[in-house]
Design a protein around this ligand. Sequence first.
Ligand SMILES: C[S@@+](CC[C@H](N)C(=O)[O-])C[C@H]1O[C@@H](n2cnc3c(N)ncnc32)[C@H](O)[C@@H]1O
Length: 280
Amino acid sequence: MAQFYDKRDVVEKYDNDIDEYPDIIHKSIMEFVIKQNKDSEDVQKYDLMLDAGCGSGRSTTMFSKDFKKIIGFDISSEQIRIAKAKNISENIEFVEAKESHMPALDSTVDLITCGFAIQYMDVVKFVQECKRVLKPTGCVVIYAFETSDILPVGKSISAMPALISFINEMKHWSKDHYPPDFEYFCRYENVFQKVSGISKSRENDLEADMFISLADLKAIILAVPGHGMYVNWMKENKNRDTLQELGDEIKTTWGMKNVDDADIKMQMKVSIFTIILTQL
Ligand SMILES: C[S@@+](CC[C@H](N)C(=O)[O-])C[C@H]1O[C@@H](n2cnc3c(N)ncnc32)[C@H](O)[C@@H]1O
């Protein structure tokens, strides 16, 4: 399933079209790490963080100031090539590796993050490796987010009904055609069920705003491999341009039928969902 991220065009598209992640992700994860280490001396920097399925390093770099060393690892050589080319932090290293062989010695890691990637991995092997590499106070934060509302900037006319029906179709399609997307659309509920032998909890209350254009939204949808496959499948098999339909419906809702996609600025509210694993 992860082989899509080995295709240069897919990887470059994903890297170009996916936005920076909201700050609150970094902030809340570090608050949790600090809580985990509350009995330690005043720590300025933690030793080691791993970012599992790091892609081009978008999420890895958010933590550069918090750890002495960070290793982002990914199964895809293309993703690692891009991550290395973009890397400007001396304490961050990017390596090709998978969840079943994490690039760290036993009991050395303070934090393992896994953003938008657990759906491609073997959860049992992932947990086994987390248990091996984590320090006793170490923790794992698996996270992703989904859109909870879309509004034109400065107005409160929600176009969420249009997006929900698009997402529901995509979710329904992905169940049989692309299971990783289905796991994501289920907010990692199945992933959570599969985790055992380690303390687990969920955090579903985090929210953030992202500001993008309608053109960006369409590009992001196409850049995610499973989402893009769905749009293309609908075109080829049902003769429907579902992305065009979505765009038209959003524009109609907002009374912006003749406005260019790039000029439609919107506030996208996102709901962040996390799974937290700890040794304690
Ligand atoms: C949706 S991208 C997320 C990238 C990055 N975490 C981010 O948030 O931008 C998913 C990544 O998981 C990687 N991946 C898939 N299966 C993997 C595995 N078994 N081990 C490590 N990485 C994997 C893919 O190559 C891809 O780069």
